[in-house]
Design a protein around this ligand. Structure first.
Ligand code: 3H9
Length: 743
């Protein structure tokens, strides 16, 4: 048994917890009456029925089993009305003597996606939601007839929490369960941190609540979260399970304390150390650990209360607002307002990829994962073989690590036909060009494609910065042409910038958006400007980092300041990783960095002269040993000082605040310009690009969200400061901040 905080009896504890939720939940229950049978449900229903809503939970009876079906499209989120439906259904089943057990299931493609995230925006809605969850879970758990939850698709967050309040759980083969709240900067708030350790043990609960990663049906069974996996029809299986004679007793998760016994302090310390390291800067994982720890230290009801307190702290955090902003931003990114929803997306069954280098091979892998067959073309047999080896090695790694079965890997590999001719291109629905990043070479590929593809075929270029219209003209079918900028490695990275040329048709765009979604990636629409959204912004960020060095900051200081801000690595470490030669080419090609009379970084050319290209040559802005860890290089420091001295750049001490502000506001200001000129549709798209493509810390919401939180007025003031010191051209504030400077 665990140590109780006080010696209150359970009924008193419930009353106390409900009094606590009263504070949060518009006095939804009267603590003095809640312990009387039936009153709890009635009062709760009165509170939740604040407005008349359609029934989201249907009641039916199959023989002696009541079947409650949640029907709240598209993903059966929990709302007060859904909670009301569950409570009413349980009450009805309880009152019907002919009913011996209850099955709770859901319509549609998924069991429940959890709480309706929009309800977290204001305190009153959040409180009503919490009241609903608490009420529905308690009604199910209190029920004197066995309640079986039948899960399919995803039972996530509050969805799993409701399922765990049932007495038994069965799951379809394709089902998965998880507590992903941490990805929204939250912790489970409807009993998950108290019920999950009771079902799965503390270690598993910590793993799931801290990482937020879902687990599949088989693992859920092994962990004790579900009682059976149903291979055939789920409802039939659930009904049979409910009728199983030996199962016809109630079994309340809240009373199952056996698995809490072995939790040692070390387990929590290790979880904390892991979270600090792998989820750097984030507060919710630590709160989740604290809440799970409460399950081992206090009674169930006191644990619920501790969980609710921690949940509320998280809900009010800027991190949670940032992550919720990104959740909706990712989903909004796929909408293109001037392409009407009904626009036909062409089916993509057969594709071809031109170029079997790192990008081409990665794109081919991504396409096969979505069931598309791919012709992979190179110009020489040797290059083709290297590409195929890359692909085979990738599948072999996936099999070795257990991510793919050997059968699936060979099936996918068999979808790729390698060739050095254009054979079969006539049948392709889509061609993606992924050759060397040179406009002349790319244009030549488009000229060749023009003669070998069918009239309906979509032509895409995987350029990261070049002119899509120039290629479209060369290919002679501008309305079917667009950019699909995958990020490396293309089979892993989630972002694809979809670049619209001046004549790209709505149908072509709709097809591309649908395809990217099918690849399980996020599409963000960009106009056809050099570097599109992400690279154009990152150019400004990198330039500012180099200016800071010239003015007196050290390489280590600049890298550390941005790392501490939350970036995966500092900007100069990024240059060394990508290659200083590659970065120089990008800078050279950028019109924004090459305006006559405007200051340019002067140290990078010096590094290149010495062959200090970055990690690949063992030295760049830093030196690198075998472990690829950066080592400060005094020669680079001396070179920076000498170069800046020769250019008469005044050097001074620079603190990390200035480093962060200059680099991040350079990013932000360029983002605002992209928005102003219409290269991007919405500020939130910029956030999605920077977070999913460039590692901007998700818990800061992306650069535009960060700027909004700082306040546009403050952003403007800081930019004006930099402008006064560094000149007009570089720090001209984007019109967005000038017009919205009062925000
Ligand atoms: C929670 O449960 C807290 C509790 O512990 C306690 C509270 C007291 N809310 O992703 P899709 C929308 S926190 C609101 O494209 P899929 C989504 O925006 C929650 N809306 O479908 C989209 O709308 P639209 C923990 C939601 O098939 C539409 O539904 N749960 C929610 O690719 C379709 O979504 C999670 O974090 C939501 N919870 O994927 C799970 N979920 O069409 C979040 C979805 O207007 N959800 N929408 O753009 C998911 O991971 C995926 O949606 C899911 C389906 C895997 C379920």
């Amino acid at each position: 048994m665990h140590a109780h905080e006080t010696n209150l009896q359970p009924a008193d504890e419930w009353r106390e917890f409900q009094a606590f939720t009263n504070l949060l939940a518009v006095s939804f229950i009267n603590a003095s009456t809640c312990s009387r049978p039936g009153v709890f449900e009635t009062r709760l229903r009165e509170t939740l029925s604040y407005t008349k809503m359609p029934a989201f939970v249907h009641y039916a009876v199959d023989g002696d089993i009541a079947v409650l079906t949640i029907d709240h499209p598209p993903v059966n989120t929990m709302t007060p009305a859904v909670a009301e439906g569950i409570i009413a259904g349980i009450a009805r089943a309880s009152a019907d003597d002919a009913v011996r057990a209850v099955v709770l299931r859901a319509e549609g493609k998924t069991f429940m996606a959890g709480a309706d995230i929009k309800d977290f925006e204001d305190d009153a809605s959040a409180a009503r939601l919490l009241a609903g969850f608490t009420g529905a879970a308690r009604a199910m758990e209190d029920c004197t007839k066995p309640v079986v939850a039948a899960l399919h698709g995803s039972a996530l967050g509050g969805g799993l929490e409701i399922a765990m309040a049932a007495h038994y759980r069965v799951i379809a083969l394709d089902g998965r369960v998880g507590q992903p709240e941490v990805k929204l900067g939250l912790i489970p708030g409807a009993g998950g941190t108290q019920r999950l350790p009771r079902l799965a043990g503390v270690a598993k609960a910590l793993e799931m609540c801290v990482s937020g990663a879902p687990i599949n049906a088989k693992d859920a069974l092994a962990a004790g979260i579900v009682d059976a996996v149903i291979a055939g029809d789920l409802l039939e299986g659930a009904l049979a399970f409910a009728r199983g004679a030996e199962r016809m007793s109630v079994r309340r998760t809240r009373d199952r304390d056996e698995k809490l016994a072995n939790a040692s302090a070390v387990l929590f310390e290790e979880a904390r150390a892991r979270a600090v390291q792998t989820m750097r800067g984030q507060t919710a994982p630590l709160a989740a650990i604290e809440a799970v720890r409460a399950s081992t230290q206090m009674s169930f009801v006191h644990g619920l209360r501790r969980e609710a307190e921690l949940f509320e702290q998280c809900r009010h955090s800027v991190q949670s607002k940032a992550l919720i902003h990104l959740f909706f931003a990712e989903r909004a990114a796929g909408n293109v307002p001037d392409v009407p929803p009904g626009t036909r997306a062409k089916p993509i069954r057969r594709a071809a990829v031109v170029g079997a280098g790192t990008m081409g091979a990665g794109i081919a892998i991504a396409l096969t994962e979505a069931g598309v067959s791919v012709r992979l073309k190179e110009t020489t047999q040797a290059a083709l073989e290297r590409g195929m080896e890359r692909i085979q090695a990738n599948y072999a790694r996936a099999v070795k690590s257990g991510r793919l079965t050997a059968d699936t890997a060979s099936e996918r590999l068999a979808r790729i036909t390698s060739q050095i001719s254009y054979e079969g291109f006539i049948d392709a629905d889509l061609i993606i060009e992924a050759v060397f990043e040179n406009i002349e070479i790319k244009k030549q590929v488009f000229v060749e494609l023009n003669g070998v593809v069918g009239p309906e075929c979509i032509l895409a270029t995987n350029t990261s910065s070049l002119d899509v219209d120039a290629m479209a003209e060369a290919g002679g079918r501008s309305n079917n042409t667009l950019g699909l900028h995958f990020f490396s490695p293309a089979n892993i990275m989630r972002l694809v910038e979809v670049v619209r040329g001046k004549a790209t048709s709505g149908e072509t765009l709709a097809t591309a958006m649908a395809l990217v979604k099918r690849l399980n990636k996020i599409a963000v629409l960009s106009g056809n400007t050099h570097g599109f959204i992400g690279n154009r912004m990152i150019e400004m960020y990198g330039r500012e980092a180099q200016f800071l060095l010239e003015e007196g900051a050290t390489v280590e200081q600049v890298n550390q300041a941005l790392y501490d801000f939350g970036m995966p690595m500092g900007p100069l470490a990024m240059y060394d990783l990508v290659g200083n030669d590659v970065m120089r080419d990008i800078e050279r090609g950028s019109p924004a960095l090459n305006i006559a009379g405007v200051r340019r970084p002067i140290v990078l050319p010096q590094l290149l002269e010495r062959g200090w290209l970055g990690q690949k040559t063992g030295r760049g802005w830093s030196r690198y040993g075998k472990d690829r860890k950066p080592i400060p290089d005094p020669e680079v420091a001396a070179l920076i000082e000498a170069t800046a001295g020769a250019a008469r750049i005044e050097r001074r001490r620079i603190d990390s605040n200035e480093i962060v502000d200059r680099c991040i506001l350079a990013l932000v200001n360029e983002g605002a310009r992209l928005l102003e000129e219409g290269t991007t549709q919405r500020a939130s798209d910029i956030d999605v690009v920077c977070v999913t493509g460039y590692g901007f810390p998700a818990w800061r919401g992306g650069p535009m969200f960060y700027a909004r939180r700082l306040g546009h007025k403050r952003v403007l003031a800081r930019i004006e400061e930099f402008r006064a010191r560094h000149g007009e051209a570089i720090w001209t504030p984007a019109p967005l901040f000038q017009t919205e400077g009062e925000n």
